[in-house]
Design a protein around this ligand. Structure first.
Ligand SMILES: [Zn+2]
Length: 219
C-alpha cells in the first residue's frame, strides 16, 4: 500500500481515539516503512528488479509479523511507561500493527513470520495487479476520509495523492532502470512520499470547509 493510504489509516485510529493527537498516529502507521527506508540505505534490506517489476524481496527486519508486533509492544512500553499515556500507547501500537496487516494484504509473498525463518512468506499479491491495486487503495483512502468525516480539502489530498501513485504502480520495464542503477532512489522516493503525505494529511485533517467552500483552520 502506498504512503497516502497508510496515512489515511491514521484517520481511522484518530476517529476512534479523538483525544490522541493525529501526528503520532501518522508516525505509527508508517513506523515500519521508515525503518525499511533506513535499512535499505544501510544495506540491511534490499529490493530487486526482475521480470520488468520491482520486488521488495528482502525486508525481514522491518516487515515481518514478529518485528511488527515487537515494534508495537516496544512503542507501547515507551509511551505507556515513559510518557504515562496509555491511550496514546495503545493507539500507537495499533497503528504500527496496521501497517504490517495491510502490507500482508497488498504485498507479494515477501513478508516473513519472523526475521529468523525464511519460510513461510505471506502476501496476497494485490500489488501484482496495478489497476486492481489502484482501485482498492483509492476506495480504502476514500473510506478512511468518509469514516473520519474529513474536510473537502482532505478528500482532495487523498484523491490527488492516489492519482499521483498511478505512474509508480504502472511502472515496469525500462522505466525501472534508474532504480537498478541507483538503488538509493527508491527508498528516497518512498521517504519523500511518507513525509509529504504526513504533512498534507495532518494539515488538512485539521481544517474544515466553511459555507463558501474555502478552508478554515479548526481551533
Ligand atoms: Zn510497508
Amino acid at each position: 500500500m502506498y504512503a497516502i493510504n497508510h496515512a489515511a489509516t491514521a484517520l481511522l485510529i484518530k476517529k476512534n481515539n479523538p483525544e490522541v493527537p493525529l501526528f503520532p498516529l501518522l508516525i505509527s502507521v508508517q513506523f515500519v516503512e521508515v525503518l525499511w527506508v533506513f535499512f535499505n540505505y544501510f544495506g540491511w534490506e534490499h529490493f530487486s528488479v526482475y521480470g520488468g517489476r520491482v520486488h521488495l524481496d528482502f525486508l525481514p527486519y522491518s516487515h515481518s509479523v514478529f518485528s511488527g508486533v515487537a515494534a508495537a509492544v516496544l512503542s507501547f512500553c515507551v509511551i505507556n511507561w515513559g510518557y504515562k499515556n496509555k491511550k496514546m500507547a495503545i493507539a500507537f501500537a495499533i497503528g504500527v500493527v496496521s501497517h504490517v496487516i495491510i502490507d500482508v494484504i497488498f504485498h507479494e509473498k515477501d513478508i516473513q513470520l519472523s526475521p529468523f525463518s525464511a519460510k513461510p512468506v505471506l502476501g496476497l499479491g494485490i500489488l501484482d495487479y496495478p489497476m486492481l491495486n489502484f482501485i482498492i487503495e483509492f476506495a480504502y483512502g476514500i473510506f478512511c476520509w468518509w469514516y473520519f468525516k474529513g474536510s473537502k480539502s482532505l478528500l482532495w489530498v487523498i484523491i490527488i495523492f492516489n492519482i499521483l501513485d498511478l505512474p509508480m504502480m504502472l511502472a515496469h520495464g525500462d522505466a525501472l532502470t534508474p532504480f537498478v542503477k541507483y538503488p538509493f532512489i527508491l527508498p528516497s522516493v518512498i521517504l519523500f512520499q511518507i513525509l509529504i503525505t504526513w504533512y498534507f494529511v495532518y494539515r488538512y485533517a485539521h481544517s474544515k470547509n466553511d459555507k463558501n467552500g474555502s478552508v478554515m483552520e479548526e481551533i
